[in-house]
Every structure is written in C-alpha cells, then in structure tokens.
Design a protein around this ligand. Structure first.
Ligand code: TMP
Length: 249
C-alpha cells in the first residue's frame, strides 16, 4: 500500500479491500489492495498490480450491469485503487451463481469439473469468516432473518439477470463464465430502502476459463498454485478492452 491511500477514517478492513469514510454522508471509499487470499486467508500473498486490475474490471462490469437496470453501490472511480461508493448495509450472504460444475460444488456432490449444469444454479452462503462461510438454504435465511422474503426474491431476480448479462459479456471475448459470487446491500434514500449490488466482481470472485483451451484466468491460479495469476487477470482486462486505461493510469 502506498501513496494512493484515501485520507478519510478507516471504517473496515477486509481481505482484499479497505473501506474508508467518504467525502459526504452516505458515501465510502473502497480501496483495492494487492493482498490475495484463499481458504479463508489460510493462504496469503501480495500480488503486485492485482488491486488496480480488479478495480478496473469490477468498474467495467458494474457499469455494464447498470445499463441493464441493476442498481449498484458504485458512484465513481477516484484513482487506480479507489472507488467512491454508496454506503450500504451489507446483507450477510454470499450469493453464488454457477453455470458449470467447479470448486466446492464438485467436491460436495462428487461431480466432474467442467460439467455444464442443466440451468444456472443459485446458492447462498452465510457470510461469516469465523464459520468459514457455510452453505445455507432459503429457509435458514428466513428463520434467522438474514433478509426479508421480498429482499431475497429481489436478490435472486437480480443475480439471475446479472448472470445472463455476464455470461454474454465474457462469451463475447472468448471467456466462459463458470461461476461467481455476489454481495448485496441495503441503501436508504428518501423513497425507502433499496437493494444494490455491492462489493466487487473481478477474477478474485469469478471462475473464468478460456473458451478454447479451458485455461483458468481467475483466482484458482493462486488457489491451485498454477502461477501466472496477475498475467491472467491482465489478459481478462485486455480482452475486455480495458488495458489502455490501466496503462495510462
Ligand atoms: P466455490 O466453488 O469455492 O464455492 O466458489 C464459488 C465462486 O465464488 C467462485 O467463483 C469463487 C467465488 N468465491 C468468492 O468470491 N469468495 C469466497 O470466499 C469463495 C469461497 C468463493
């Protein structure tokens, strides 16, 4: 971490990002670190340049999603590692959308990595590092009141819509969207509370495979010690047409 640090008060430090107080009420600055972790931070390395790539990729995806009517926390990019965002009350769910069997789904159900699923699968994990983010059902969400039934319906509708758009967006640049994780939050405004897409969408939180070679272009390169993680993220940015912005930054 260097000269590009926000000035405001530090509100929360996560594994890959830090949140700072924003310039106005109801805003925060989201700072993207190079820290890379897996297995609930059991494995940790600094991957030089990763934060800058993730910020730009995430900004691009959020902007594409806004275009199809997905409300997000994003306001504007301040610097290569800093985004101004709307402060949201994060719903403690990791919503995972899957198109192809991989990762924990393969382990849990004894599937073969790479098998196409009959239709996109939505899963919920309870966002709690101390518990290792356990898989939960809709009924757990209701019984423990993690969000309301109306909010959950909205989240599922948004997650499916996001998946559809992201599958297309990546297919257009020769990438298969295997699965990814989303987080949502509540933002209060004069006309009530609404659900917004929060956090980030980047190769840290997606599985992305080259359409022809099936080569992994995401954080599995780090989880599985395949090497070349930052080069792969750079390749994702390059294919999405974002590298010139990053080089200028
Ligand atoms: P999984 O197969 O390990 O459950 O992961 C599913 C997707 O969610 C995958 O694209 C990686 C992403 N993910 C995160 O973003 N954060 C996490 O903590 C985990 C476990 C997965």
């Amino acid at each position: 971490m260097s000269h590009d640090m926000p000035k405001g008060r530090r509100i929360y430090e996560g594994k890959a990002k830090v949140l700072f107080e924003g310039p106005e009420d109801g805003t925060l600055v989201q700072y993207f670190k190079d820290d890379t972790t897996a297995f609930n931070a059991g494995k940790h390395e600094i991957m030089s340049g990763k934060g800058i790539l993730n910020l730009r990729i995430s900004e691009f995806i959020f902007a594409e999603l806004e275009k199809i009517g997905v409300p997000t926390h994003f306001i504007e990019t301040i610097s290569p590692r800093q985004q101004l965002i709307r402060a949201a009350e994060i719903i403690p769910l990791e919503v995972v959308m899957r198109n192809i069997a991989a990762g924990s789904l393969v382990k849990r159900l004894g599937l073969t990595e790479g098998d196409a699923l009959p239709r996109p699968l939505v899963e919920f994990y309870y966002k709690d590092d101390a518990l290792g983010d356990p898989l939960i059902s809709e009924d757990h969400i209701a019984v423990f009141n993690l969000c309301s039934a109306e909010e959950l319906a909205e989240i599922v509708t948004l997650a499916k819509k996001i998946n559809q758009r992201m599958v297309e967006m990546f297919a257009d640049v020769g990438i298969r969207l295997v699965d990814f994780k989303l987080e949502f939050g509540r933002v209060k405004s004069d006309d009530g509370t609404r659900i917004v897409l929060a956090d980030e969408i980047s190769p840290d939180s997606c599985r992305l495979w080259d359409i022809d070679s099936n080569e992994k272009m995401d954080k599995d390169r780090f989880r599985q010690n395949l090497g070349g993680m930052v080069d792969a993220y750079q390749q994702v940015a390059e294919r999405l047409g974002l590298m010139s912005d990053i080089e200028e930054a």
